[in-house]
Design a protein around this ligand. Structure first.
Ligand code: ADP
Ligand code: ARG
Length: 342
């Protein structure tokens, strides 16, 4: 666990008495890691100030997460000069594409520390901003508590809804008063989603059937340009966008595809091959889930030390490469079967 690794007794003594304006302490920041010993990171920020107040602990963790990538964040959503074509024009491999970013508001505590009243105020501010989204992105906001069981199940089946079943978030305090103050915005096309007050104040998500990564990216870029002009997002030039969990700092972007690679994924070293391409492997239902029917969730491994443009480029080239390898393996298997007369 990174938090444990970097918290020396000396550092603990130095930070023990520190508190942010929202009352976030070292103990609160480390609670999730303490209660969930299988945590990989084991620390959460309760607000923007946490990253400065507890910098001697957060910064080495952030550096290790960025794996030596240059520190500092500069947003770049341009796609000029990058390949724009569909990742999988045949539709054989890529089932769907999703890009999300996390955002928090500078004036409020983050979900692990926010109080009920502020959570409601924040929700109202965000809902107000979402109500003005331009044509093509506009839609409706529904509080989580107002969704029927059937509606929730339907949204979950389409990978559109978050759940309250994350024990790491629970221990961090981010699920208090559930489902109060939480909700989901869905655009008329169902392709822009905004989760409000889950792990971060906002998760802005662009969904796309198939492999049209450029279209998903441009939709997200449009929505963020609009929201950025209306909401004061927590941010600093070294750490990028501030998120509850340090794994999301920087771009706070995870761009992923659901891709079926039966030949490649059944060979040893599949995850290492993805990692070498800068891609992380998750299961079909996201973090901590398993693949199903050889369908994997592949996404950018790094969010900090890279720009949004870099993430796009890496996912595009990495997934193209994996599909080529899958095609080669399929061809080889077919040839072998033919040679055996099968
Ligand atoms: P996050 O992406 O917000 O870090 P998860 O990994 O838990 O969190 O994913 C959230 C949801 O998004 C899950 O239901 C997951 O299956 C879904 N998802 C992720 N990538 C895709 C994709 N490319 N297509 C469809 N759904 C996806
Ligand atoms: N706190 C958990 C851990 O340390 C989750 C880390 C990354 N996941 C996330 N959803 N932020 O392992």
């Amino acid at each position: 666990m990174l938090a444990r690794k970097h918290l020396t007794p000396r550092l603990e003594a130095r930070l023990r008495a520190c508190t942010t304006r929202n009352g976030w302490t070292l103990k609160a920041a480390l609670r999730s890691g303490a209660e969930q010993p299988d945590s990989r990171i084991g620390i959460y920020a309760g607000d923007s100030e946490s990253y400065a107040t507890f910098a001697p602990l957060f910064d080495p963790i952030i550096q290790e997460l960025a794996e030596g990538a240059s520190r500092g964040h500069r947003s770049d959503f341009s796609l000029e000069g990058l390949p724009l074509e569909d990742l999988d024009p045949t539709g054989e491999y890529v089932l769907s594409t999703r890009i999300r970013v996390g955002r928090n508001l500078a004036r409020y505590a983050f979900p692990p520390a926010i109080h009920a009243e502020d959570r409601r105020r924040l929700e109202a501010e965000v809902v107000d901003a979402l109500a003005g989204l331009p044509e093509g992105l506009s839609g409706v906001y529904r509080p989580l508590g107002a969704l029927s069981e059937d509606e929730r199940e339907e949204l979950k089946a389409r990978h559109c809804l978050f759940s309250a079943e994350d024990r790491f978030l629970e221990s961090a305090g981010a699920l208090r008063d559930w489902p109060e103050g939480r909700g989901i915005f869905t655009s008329a096309s169902q392709r822009l989603l905004v989760w409000v007050n889950e792990e971060d104040a906002l998760r802005v998500i662009s969904m796309q059937p198939g492999g049209d990564l450029a279209r998903a990216f441009l939709r997200l870029r449009g929505a963020l340009a609009y929201l950025d002009a209306r909401l004061d997002f927590a941010w600093d030039p070294a750490r990028g966008y501030h998120t509850s969990c340090p794994t999301n700092l920087g771009t706070a972007m995870r761009a992923s595809v659901h891709v079926r690679l039966p030949c490649l994924s059944s060979r040893p070293g599949f995850e290492a091959r993805c990692k070498a391409l800068g891609l992380a492997v998750r299961g079909l239902h996201g973090e901590h889930s398993a693949p199903e029917d050889s369908v994997y969730d592949l996404s950018n491994e790094h969010r900090l030390g890279v720009s949004e443009r870099d993430i796009y480029a890496r996912l595009h080239s990495g997934v193209r490469r994996l599909i080529e390898l899958e095609q080669t393996l399929r061809g080889t298997r077919r040839q072998r079967r033919r040679a055996r007369g099968g």
